[in-house]
Design a binder for this molecule. Structure first.
Ligand code: PEP
Ligand code: MG
Length: 566
């Protein structure tokens, strides 16, 4: 058995789809011309049909101009001059792979040396196409997540958020990654899709091959490769029990989230795009506490999403919420979230670098598009806006003023904008937690981003499994920062939510309730299990529990305390 980091709940069993780019070297070698020519021709035919198939699948999601890249690739492999040069080398005795590699490299060098952007880009296309052609000559499989057409469990070195987005959810029943922490965005997306996932599973890539059988238990972080029949039977039974429990929770669907002594809290969802509203509604959430708007930016392939595209997305979400509050977080790009069309200068510590509100305040033309789209959409429901990564009051004041200035501009243009938009901030940098009582004089609300708050407080990279033991939401130091933030908000009559993974952590719920958290925001599949916990507790008792927890010395002591009430 292999051990990784548990992300959520659920069990997946099935065939492995190994996400691994083929690695190979091609060296000079001789072959029989007729045989090599046949290898080349059949690889060429397969390459053409592969590209056509990819284009066909992509056409469901991409605009015609974005599909043009596939036509360029097709033109390139079908270029007679390119093919003739390869065939000439084969006739002289080279192997198909060596001839293809040599001719392709020559063309890449030629295009790269041209002083013209267009031709430089063609060099990248040739690299891309010839890699596919070479893999086909060598009989190597190039993974393509969109092409999966049977139930599989994905095993990968790492899943980027865009890999997770590309995954065909119908067939990808779970995933295991070699690296990544519990709060890496791939893990977070898996939880919100309700897909069982284990991350940071050291050794998994070298322990399995494409097509092997795998079991993963996302609750305990256990992974079995090619297990014995009795283990398979045991986990199939566990999966049945898990699904039954999930079904039973449905009675809590439209019930309020009220404690035994009558204290009501809000249980809301984290989402990444309008489609996620299906899950928000299906899980009985009371609104959205975090719309990670950067996923709209990450879904775009060649440029920032326009004001119109964003307006439609926000409008859809607000309308589907039917009056429930939607908290949209403005663009939080950087760290592990990059964009294909925006070049970040290399930094030693991107998580501490030029990102989120820092970037938006520095690039008003980027920020303005989003702010205008949000303001225009505000009349379609109950919108709240919050800024990520606020470190200073100055940043918050500037960002808020930027929104107000744009509102005035829109009004002058005759565009309707709601007058009841709340403007709040994420508290995810320790400095803003410590100064929360002062921030509360400016912000309408707080949402505690514990993924980053814990990362920055513990100085432990959230992407690194080696230091993942420092992800300690129940460490008394973190609890004290959380308390400061909640108390800070309440001191000015403001509300305080939490949208980091801790907000949906069953072990944290009793303490957060005791500390007075008003809104718990989490992946939609966590809503009903959390409602079950909240409705079975007494707020007064939890206040005592929280007071004790704040005096503990270690996370382990806090965990023991919580276990005594759950
Ligand atoms: C957080 O930091 O807790 C948070 C919710 O934001 P993200 O995970 O997107 O950084
Ligand atoms: Mg964050």
């Amino acid at each position: 058995m292999l051990k990784g980091i548990a992300t959520s709940s659920g069990i997946a069993l099935g065939k492995i789809y190994k996400l691994e780019q083929p690695v190979f070297t091609v060296s000079e070698a001789k072959g029989v011309p007729a045989e090599e020519a046949a290898r080349f021709e059949s690889a060429l035919a397969k390459t053409i049909s592969d590209i056509e198939a990819i284009k066909e699948r992509a056409s469901a999601n991409l605009a015609p101009e974005e599909l043009a890249v596939f036509d360029a690739h097709l033109m390139m492999v079908q270029d007679p001059e390119y093919q003739d040069q390869i065939k000439a080398m084969i006739d002289e005795g080279s192997t198909a792979d060596y001839a293809t590699k040599t001719v392709s490299d020559m063309m890449v060098t030629m295009f790269e040396s041209m002083d013209n952007e267009y031709f430089k880009e063609r060099a990248a296309d040739i690299k891309d196409v010839s890699f596919r052609l070479l893999c086909n000559i060598l009989g190597l499989n190039i993974p393509d997540l969109t092409a999966i057409d049977e139930e599989v469990v994905i095993v990968a070195e790492e899943m980027t958020p865009s890999d997770t987005a590309q995954m065909n959810k119908k067939y990808a029943t779970g995933f295991v990654t070699e690296i990544g922490g519990k709060t890496s965005h791939a893990a977070i997306m898996a939880v919100s899709l309700g897909i069982p996932a284990v991350v940071g599973c050291t050794g998994v890539m070298s322990s399995c091959k494409h097509g092997d059988y795998i079991i993963l238990d996302a609750k305990n972080g256990d992974v079995f490769i090619n297990p014995a029949e009795d283990v398979i039977a045991e986990y199939k039974a566990k999966r049945e029990a898990f699904l039954k429990e999930k079904e039973e929770l449905k009675v809590l669907m439209n019930k309020p989230s009220v404690t035994l002594d009558g204290h009501q809290v809000e249980l809301v969802s984290n989402i990444g795009n309008p489609k996620d509203m299906d899950n928000v509604i299906a899980n009985g959430a009371e609104g959205v506490g975090l719309f990670r708007s950067e996923f709209l930016y990450m879904d775009a392939t060649d440029d920032f999403p326009s004001e119109e595209v964003q307006f439609e997305a926000y409008k859809t979400v607000l309308e589907r919420a039917e009056g429930k509050r939607i908290v949209v977080r403005t663009l939080d790009i950087g760290g592990d979230k990059t964009l294909p069309y925006f070049k970040f200068d290399p930094e030693m510590n991107p998580f501490l670098g030029y990102r989120a509100i820092r970037l938006c305040l520095d690039r008003p033309e980027i920020f303005r598009t989003q702010v205008r789209a949000l303001l225009r959409a505000s009349v379609y429901g109950k919108l709240a806006i919050m800024f990520p990564m606020i470190a200073t009051i100055d940043e918050f004041v500037k960002a808020k003023q930027f929104v107000l200035d744009n509102k005035e501009e829109l009004k002058k243009e005759g565009v309707a904008v709601s007058d009841s938009i709340e403007i709040g901030m994420m508290v995810e940098i320790p400095a803003s937690a410590v100064l929360a009582d002062e921030f509360a004089k400016y912000a309408d609300f707080f949402s505690i981003g514990t993924n980053d708050l814990i990362q920055y407080s513990m100085a432990a990279d959230r992407m690194s499994e080696k230091v993942s033991y420092l992800y300690q939401p129940l460490n008394p130091a973190i609890l004290r920062l959380v308390k400061m933030t909640i108390d800070g908000a309440h001191s000015q009559g403001k509300w305080c939510g939490m949208c980091g993974e801790m907000g949906g952590d069953p072990m944290a719920a009793p303490i957060l309730l005791g500390l007075g958290l008003d809104e718990f925001s989490m992946s939609s599949p966590r809503i009903l299990p959390t409602r079950k916990i909240i409705t079975s507790l007494n707020k007064k008792d939890m206040e005592e529990l929280a007071a004790k927890a704040l005096k503990c010395h270690t996370e382990a002591e806090v965990i023991e305390l919580v276990k005594s009430v759950l």
